[in-house]
Design a protein around this ligand. Sequence first.
Ligand code: FAD
Length: 908
Amino acid sequence: MEVNSPLIEILLENKSKILEIGKYNEGEFEELLNALTEAEKERHLILDKIKELHKIDLKKIQTDSGLSEKTILCNIEYLKELGLLGFINEHPRFFKEIIENSDTKGVFPSTQIIKEKNLCCGCGLCVSICPVNAIDYSEGTFEIDNDLCINCGLCYSVCPRSFFPKVLDQLEENHDPNIKFSESLKYYRDVFTAQTTAERIKSVAQDGGIVTSLIKAAFQQKYINGSFAVTVGAEPLKPLPILLENEGDLLKTAGTKYTNAPILKIFHDAKDHDKIAVIGTPCIMKALKKLSFFPIGKPFYDNIVLKIGLLCMESFDYESIVNLLKNEFNVFPSDVKKMDIDKGQFIIYDQASNISNIPIKRIKKYGRFGCFFCDDLTAEHSDISVGSIGSEPGWSTVIIRTKKGADFFQKALDMNMITKKDLEEKGKSFNELSRIAKSKIKHYVEQRRVKMLEQKPDKRIKNFDEVPYGLTDEMMKMETQRCLQCGLPLCITGCPVNIRIPEFIKLLKEGKQIQALYKIKASNLLPAICGRVCPQETQCEQSCLLGSLGEPIAIGYLERYIADWERKNKLKECPECAPPTGIKVAVIGSGPAGLACAGELAMRGYDVTIFEAFHAGGGVLSYGIPEFRLPKEIVKDEIETLKMLDVKINYNAIIGKTLTIDDLKEMGYKAFFIGVGAGLPTFIKVDGLNLNGVLTANEFLTRSNLMKAFRFPEYDTPIKIGKVITVIGGGNVALDSARTALRLGADRVIIVYRRSETEMPARREEYHHAVEEGIEFQFLTNPVRFIGDENGNVKQMEVIQMKLGKPDESGRRRPIPIENSEYLIDTDTIIVAVGTKANPVLTKSIPDLQLNKWGYIEANEDGQTNIEEIFAGGDIVTGSATVISAMGAGKKAAKAIDEYLQKKYSIK
Ligand code: FAD
């Protein structure tokens, strides 16, 4: 069969570049291609079979292809990850979207994703396998040189963190009668505690000196002619992978074991050594295991004759070790002789033989969170695993995994290089080892994200009640179980107000609702609001590691759950405030930016008053976002929390009109935060804008929400809409307008959006809700003019079809009109929701205040403007954005105001 896979084509296209780099000569390159072609043939065979059967029938594929079950299962996993089994609903599990959107089906992306997601385990295999030396692994992480990279995806396909076919977890020697099983060690032949007999080794090597002795024995027996190890690099303890060619250099390798070194980075350099030993952590062993299936054999996997696994101590790179030593022991790596772990303590021996220790728990935060991909403490894919857990100081725990490992260990005993004692499997030490091994096991069960219950679409379009019902206690529990409790949680950095997300989820999981509530409120006083309207999919949830594997934790749902729990239990928790400073600060605008700023300032002890132009607080939360998405009772309730912090609110106060900043200064205010939003509607330039029935979304939503038109006749402020409503725009405002119009009684609601569904800025959840409710979407369509009847009422909208060109400054693809594609839409109401801009009422009253060319306030990172006592944040600085980003800006500015006032008025 002629097989020309995209990967082989890429390699062929880049042949001269590859040969020029010199990693492969002509013959080796041919060998590589042949090996890949062979593998590709198998993969095609399996793919064709699945296509023919239209399902995975293992037995049938095995009979028809003659391939082993393991080969078939591994290939299926590869095919799935390449996105080639979508036709039978087998989708990539890891980094689904990136793979599905890749330009070349059949080629994996580069390991850049692993780097971006901070998942690198530091094995270095990608460096070794890259045919053009485009990956550099030096400073504890790797860099990809995009000019050199040929996008062949070889690196990703061998990376143990990209995906790992489950079948590779099967034990090495299936039918070995001597294999025993334990829940935590999975499978093994024997467990001992052992130490070296050589005094010299004892004095320099860690624990019992077993690894050094085993490698020494292997060299002496000519069982190996090379061994990968880690030695002390240019800086003390900085790991440097080396290839040992004889026992002479062995002692150099002692002392570096706790760092995770890119030991496989030099694998390719050892191609002339055909009997290699590899020593490494579980990730290294896992990388090798994956390579054992990868079809390139020599100079990689086939040359390995012995694998000695080290027990995992989380995934520490050099940087983390330096930080750990500095922060916890106040020493530098050069002061350290060796490091050890014993009885739950992390121990360091310094050059003067002093011993210091701290609990292991404390060192965890320095490890890389990539470890969450692995539940292996004991390097189960090795021939022999060695570590200190379970043994007394000066001794090592040795777990024999394979027959090869057993024979080899026996040889070292026979050579009198090692002494051993039995480790009783029912004894205390064995239990300790099992307990720690078990604690490493992360319950990585694939669990679906909970689905929130909602009002049915046909029912909800007739009322303004909230659409989702929230999570039940059971659902909350299920969802909290899914959280991986990452060591370095990216979700926190994804949240503009940095809520300690894993901590509140853990508290919830433990049933500590009140503590969970405090944990959230320490960073966010408006959780009921944020849990409902934040675009979590582009913030905290986007950064969630589980998202790479399928579905991120429903952080927003959990946030809403805890806030609703507080309301349900009629509690009103608010954080403690610092003692009063007696200094007055004015916050202008009661939108999310103003509320967050006021809350933070109050907690810092300031006397805060909010000045709000409307008769109700909340800004867009009250007048923009409709009741069915954010009940106004909730907004009111959250504002109450601020009142508990003694924040005062002056309604109907338009600063710049009824009062000026100078008036406020005279009233004793020492600093000002401007959070007046960007509420001035933008219009589009089309004929017919003045026709009756053409409204801006601002007017429409304010009349419905703030003036309570939706509760007519209870409120005597109706709003007239027709039967067919057309809304122009693709953001939250457009969707809110469309869904409000539907609930107010429209027969048909159409959204006209000039880009495609992918570019729509609206929250995904709201888009799905709108689709379910029957809102019609006309994508890639733009209005040309509005047409009226003889009475000046709108009756039609002329639109033109668009296509997408190259990305514009917003990063989204620019819509371009398609000539002669105009058509008419019959409509009796048009709502324009194409954005808003800065309202100049306040800014005009402060002539010295620096604005940008669009009229937004210029402020620095901390929100300070060119006038030192005036700070600003939220939409009035950034232009229309999100609730949480406005809150983040408000909080940041509060901190800066605090610093400014402390300095200016010498507050302690
Ligand atoms: P605003 O919320 O606009 O508040 C400004 C406040 O200042 C107002 O109360 C205003 O009355 C007051 N004010 C103005 N001028 C003066 C003055 N001179 N004197 C005194 N007070 C004054 N974001 C999301 O994250 N999720 C969503 O689902 C979402 N949906 C939205 C739906 C709609 C319809 C709209 C319009 C926006 C939506 N947004 C959403 C965006 C989000 O609401 C805003 O980014 C956010 O409210 C901005 O907060 P802010 O505090 O800067 O301003």
